[in-house]
Ligand binder design. Structure first.
Ligand code: IMP
Length: 180
């Protein structure tokens, strides 16, 4: 049995989504992807670090020809008034005319995803879809179409299943919510 309470770094978290519930949602999304994209040779694009677990669990459930790659988003401060500039690291495949499915751990404000989608459009894919395991609708300020969503959750901080708190907790098999 999973513990109901865990400590991650200096905070306490309580069990929110069990391993069995996660598995159920991942299986459902895999079915939706098969229905929509089997035969279209899609390329999945896991966004590091957080999406590595979701990407791995989802990908092994796909039983049609498809590919996977991973991307990392680098942030650095630009000079002058440009503010923060984000760059994608790791697009070394030909995406032209491909169906690309971005795999995210969580969509919070949507700013990260917006950046990724804007940059991906420059590679001229046939179509870009988004699958995210979690979505915080109340926090999302960018209008982005989410094609596949595991769970919608309230605007509370969560950890586990790839998601971190101060880089800890990614290894938890369940998702936990902060206790305040
Ligand atoms: P966004 O750009 O605000 O949508 O945030 C996206 C990123 O913020 C995610 O990929 C996560 O890395 C991080 N994030 C947002 N909410 C949480 C959370 O509740 N727990 C852990 N990380 C989070």
């Amino acid at each position: 049995m999973a513990q109901q309470l865990v400590r991650v770094d200096d905070r306490q978290f309580s069990l929110y989504i069990s391993e069995a519930e996660i598995e159920k949602e991942v299986t459902r999304i895999a079915g939706e992807l098969k229905r929509d994209l089997a035969g279209r040779d899609p390329i999945f694009m896991g966004i590091l670090n957080g999406a590595f677990m979701f990407a791995s669990d989802l990908f092994r459930k796909l039983d049609f020809p498809c590919q996977i790659t991973f991307l990392k988003l680098a942030s650095y401060s630009g000079t002058g008034s440009t503010g923060t500039v984000k760059q994608l690291i790791g697009i070394n495949r030909e995406l032209r005319n491909r169906v690309v499915v971005v795999l995210e751990d969580i969509v919070d404000t949507g700013i990260t995803l917006e950046t990724i989608l804007m940059q991906l459009s420059g590679y001229q894919p046939a179509e870009v879809r988004v699958a995210t395991f979690l979505h915080k609708p109340e926090a999302t300020i960018r209008k982005i179409r989410l094609d596949y969503v595991g769970r919608e959750i309230p605007n509370d901080f969560v950890v586990g299943y790839g998601l971190d708190y101060n880089e800890y907790g990614r290894n938890l098999r369940e998702i936990y919510q902060v206790v305040d």
